[in-house]
Design a protein around this ligand. Sequence first.
Ligand code: MGD
Ligand code: SF4
Length: 745
Amino acid sequence: HKRRDFIKISSLSAAGLLFGAHQLRSARPDFNKTPFSNMRPVGSVRTSTYCEVCFWKCAGWVYKDQEGNIKKIVGNDDDTNCNGRLCPRGTGGVGMYYDQDRLKTPLIRVAGADGQQTFREASWDEALDVVAKGLAKIKQEHGAECTALLTHGSGGHYFGTLLKAFGSGNIAAPSYAQCRGPREVAFIATYGEGLNSPEPTDIRDTRCLVLIGSHLGENMHNGQVQEMSDAIDKGATIITVDPRFSTAASKSKFWLPIKPATDLALLLSWIHLIIENNWYDEEYVEKYTYGFEQLKQHVKSYTPEWAYGITTIKPDVIRETAREMANAAPSVIVHPGRHVTWYGDDTQRLRAVAILNALLGSWGRRGGFFVPEKAEVPDYPHPPFPKPARTWRDAMDGKFRLADLALANGVCEATIPSVRMDCHIKGWIVNGTNLIMTLPDKQKTLEAIKSLDLLVVVDTMPMEITGYADVVLPECTYLERWDDLRIVQGRVPNVALRMPATDPLYDTKPAYWIAKKLAGKMGLGDYFAWENFEDSLDWQLKQIGSSLDEMKRIGVKNLPREYGPLYFQDGEDKEFYTNTGKIELYSTAFAEEGFDPLPVYTPHQEPPAGYYRLNYGRAPMHTFSRTANNPNLTDLMDENVVWVNPKVAKEWGLTAGQEVYLQNQDGVVSDFPIKVRITERIRFDSVYMVHGFGHNHKQLSRAHGRGASDSQLITRVLVDPIMGGTGMRGNFVTFRFEKESEVES
Ligand code: MGD
Ligand code: SF4
């Protein structure tokens, strides 16, 4: 195998990179950082966009000053994802454009005479030639199906088209298998359909919102946070189940500081109470569900007293909260959460969430889950894709057969088919995902990378993953490019336009341009038949009665609902897309595959003495690892800290602000120290930190060495046998005062 080590882009031709051919047009503007600021600069020109700082994709307007400098992004009032208000990260998206550490030109890995590997700058033509030839070689030697796309974000569509045209169906997104995959599989098993994004939670009209490990508010899902705040104003009850006193917990009527890893016991006990007390929606259950009797038998022994012994939540509190939900039903939401890959039995935990909602009759009801609609916009015409000779399924030996949706998307096991698997992937295109800080079990990722013949990375920034690339292709930021229309589900179907506010800085290009150029070089040009990307957008928009001209003016177009009302009608007959045509409390699909058809509680490992469960989450001013270097957002928060309970701090003699290293159960020590925050808001058996910090790429001038990386410490992965999701919360850490044990991580 070719050796592929990490290259710090900073170590080579620094002058060229730092002072590329195109200089920034001006210094960073005096930026108004007020979250949710909605003031419009007078007399400036605005162009439409939708945000790329997270997957919520809020639509907005970009304003420039007289000199053409981007000054400000504000929400589009007609957009139901954001209602005219961006979150702090969306407002700070300008920082992605002005970040002087951006990738500036294509780079190609070379080995010098001394054996040292390095990157050299290249023209687009040369870099794309290397990619096209590398892919052709893999096709010839191994087959096209031995290539894969790992992606997150807008560019995935173009590279997905390219890969499918090439003959590979291996298109995977960590944002699925490291995130909401188990939830989707659980809801498909129960209701015959997944939740998708944004979730159809009718929070604005709810009377009771139950959050289980979902930290809305810190987890800045814009529309949902706004609706939650409105619901609280209207008197809705919030019940938060979280080992940590989250921001949401502080707004809640009930905070249940559950012992980590025991949520399924609480859910089963709530189901038990709701059935035993006849608090369920009898008419709804009778008409729409399958398997009620089996469920009733199944949960008989799951009393609140039983759950107390496991969860540490008092029986009275379990009873009172169950009653609270029942009183609010059907305007109640047991929120399914988003990042749900925790303990490996996540699909079953989410099945319990789905079942609880069904018993309360909240699916399809006002204040519960509405029936979403999505605009139907045809793809720009292209030839049919060839059938791949093999897919990930052939490599997985019959495992994860229910991961359907997931896998066009993938699981760590499947997305990174390692040398052990029969369809051994030889080439990756990685677009918009920083796999080194995103996937757990870094060693496994590195092992897979080492066995590749070609690794192409498309990114805007020099991130950890770009250091392992053979070819780095610098994409321009979302503020400098056209992209596909945003087509997401909602209360009303809608489309949003992203157009360039300005020309790309440096020698950067949009993903659609890169994919089309590559397709041309690979003889697949027919799949990108449009002359200009704008023409393809205009063609698509005309199919739904709009046009590019109209969209440039309005940015977001809301369309009438076509398929019926927002909620189920009284007594309406319904057929669900499950085997039985009913909401399956008892899952026939799981039974067929040999999985428990009803969720069963199994205990998880506890932290060893002197170790604490590593819990992690989000901060409202950052998204995963992508924003840690953003100049505007680092102004708001420039490192993460580790939350430690005062009891633990006392035991270890820790003081507030002290720097410590964290070491996990496998002896891996964090690359960098992290400051201690002593707070009652965390239980004594856990510690907590925000994900996305602790970058070790020196080219990230603001993010390098700031805080610690949770990903580095997640070496034990609890794989979900049903969906293949990568459970990451079974890791434990202890404190080190010096980085004495240098364990290779
Ligand atoms: P980021 O870490 O933000 O997200 O994981 P990723 O999708 O990998 O990395 C995004 C990458 O995209 C960065 O390299 C950034 O520079 C690049 N980028 C940003 N904008 C653009 C663009 O316009 N074009 C291109 N080409 N690139 C761009 C997210 C994933 O992480 C998710 S969804 C979840 S829920 C999981 N969360 C999580 C966690 O909480 N803890 C741990 N330890 N791991 C996790 N992994 C998962
Ligand atoms: Fe952007 Fe914030 Fe909306 Fe995410 S929630 S798309 S970061 S404005």
